[in-house]
Design a protein around this ligand. Structure first.
Ligand SMILES: Cc1cc2nc3c(=O)[nH]c(=O)nc-3n(C[C@H](O)[C@H](O)[C@H](O)COP(=O)(O)OP(=O)(O)OC[C@H]3O[C@@H](n4cnc5c(N)ncnc54)[C@H](O)[C@@H]3O)c2cc1C
Length: 370
């Protein structure tokens, strides 16, 4: 794939104005020009650079999946629906305190807490739910701060903006938790390291969440505020199919909305995303379908495998095999997201040979279009 790095104006015209932006935040924080405002990334002023890191690391500008996969896994991009992996299993925290606060089984919080304990990392770029219930990037440096980050808030988190803001001379070894788009931006940074910024090799552990779509920070919160007293909200949850509900747990009980109603607030750019399982993470984590309070975990890299083994060995995490039907469903859902995205891209360009940002081998394209 011919990768041409362009500047902020092209990022604005090719990605933001074209409706591809997913508000991952990769372009923010590294310079003063891009910021999220009223639910959109906006270019605040004219930047004269003809090549910018904002353009380079955006997951919606030319992305050569083979090149990135070679960097992360030392092999070409996998044809498997869930990407390259060593093991898929179910897990939950052995710590009931973590499980009570966590979104599902607390696997993310537990793995990261173990990595802090083992001094593999000094901090975690995570997401904390703000007072207004929106997701905000935050650097957690101990278990108590990680616990503040457990649970999920829907909407784009500023994790990458927080990361881009780090002083270039910082030597903190970091873990980071993000959605597939954010993990993709980080993988692009690992493939072509940023200049005059903090060393990307300081990221020692990437935990990726599963994601089918994310919600618009403006429209979704307008809807929520009209229906719920946000100050009483304790948890959001989308139970696995066939529930078809969006649940809001408040101090006075649970409110449920039809998923179709909430899906209307999906960020439009999510329609062009192929990745459901954060394919370039060390470990990817989602809800375990039909097994409440557990996570599905995909261990992808040697770093991920070592950490899972250490966490298991110390009794901090309980694991079990993923039932074959669940693995089949996971792969089916991941494949559906890929097919949907590819068809949406082709519908946008009206040209099977113009996949906008996406560099995929012909084999994989043919398989997805079949
Ligand atoms: C927008 C979104 C969509 C998702 N879609 C799916 C899906 O389709 N299928 C599925 O199986 N799972 C999905 N998940 C993941 C799932 O909700 C849980 O996050 C996951 O199962 C981990 O559970 P846990 O108990 O281990 O997490 P916890 O131990 O509670 O840790 C949760 C972690 O999530 C991070 N986080 C919270 N909100 C955000 C955010 N907005 N952006 C980035 N990071 C955040 C925090 O930093 C925290 O470390 C989605 C999550 C999000 C945020």
């Amino acid at each position: 794939m011919d990768i041409k790095v362009k500047g902020s104006k092209e990022l604005a015209s090719e990605v933001i104005d074209a409706g591809l932006c997913i508000l991952c935040g990769a372009c923010a924080g590294g310079c003063p020009y891009f910021t999220q405002y009223k639910g959109a990334m906006v270019l605040m002023d004219n930047c004269t650079l003809s090549e910018g890191q904002c353009y380079q690391y955006c997951p919606r500008t030319c992305t050569d999946m083979n090149e990135i996969s070679q960097k992360i896994f030392n092999m070409p991009y996998s044809e498997d629906e869930i990407g390259t992996f060593q093991e898929v299993l179910i897990a939950r925290s052995a710590d009931t305190g973590i499980r009570e606060r966590a979104q599902d089984g607390g696997t993310v919080t537990t793995i990261l807490s173990a990595a802090l304990d083992e001094k593999i990392i000094d901090g975690v770029v995570a997401t904390r739910i703000d007072k207004d219930k929106t997701p905000q990037g935050f650097i957690a440096r101990n278990k108590a701060e990680l616990l503040e980050c457990s649970g999920v808030s829907y909407g784009p988190s500023t994790v990458l903006e927080i990361y881009n803001h780090l002083p270039p001379d910082s030597i903190d070894r970091l873990g980071i938790v993000g959605l597939p788009c954010q993990v993709m931006a980080l993988a692009k940074m690992k493939t072509h390291p940023p200049q005059n910024r903090v060393n990307i090799d300081n990221i020692k552990l990437t935990i990726g969440l599963f994601c089918t779509w994310n919600l618009s920070p403006v429209e979704f919160y307008k809807f929520l505020k009209a229906n719920v007293d946000l100050s009483t909200v304790e948890k959001f949850n989308i139970p696995p199919p066939p529930a078809n509900r969006f649940d809001v747990y408040t101090s006075s009980g649970k409110l449920s909305f039809p998923l179709e109603q909430v899906r209307e607030f999906t960020i439009p750019g999510c329609a062009y995303c192929l990745d459901m399982t954060s394919e370039f993470a060390d470990i990817s984590v989602g809800s375990a379908e039909g097994i409440e309070g557990w996570n599905t975990v995909i261990v992808r890299t040697g770093t991920g495998a070592e950490l899972m083994e250490a966490t298991k060995g110390k009794g901090q995490i309980e694991t079990d095999t993923l039932p074959p039907d669940n693995l089949a469903h996971l792969k089916e859902a991941a494949l559906l997201k890929k097919k949907r995205a590819l068809n949406n891209i082709i519908a946008k360009t009206d040209d099977n040979d113009n996949l906008l940002y996406l560099g995929l081998s012909k084999n994989i394209i043919d398989r997805l279009l079949a």
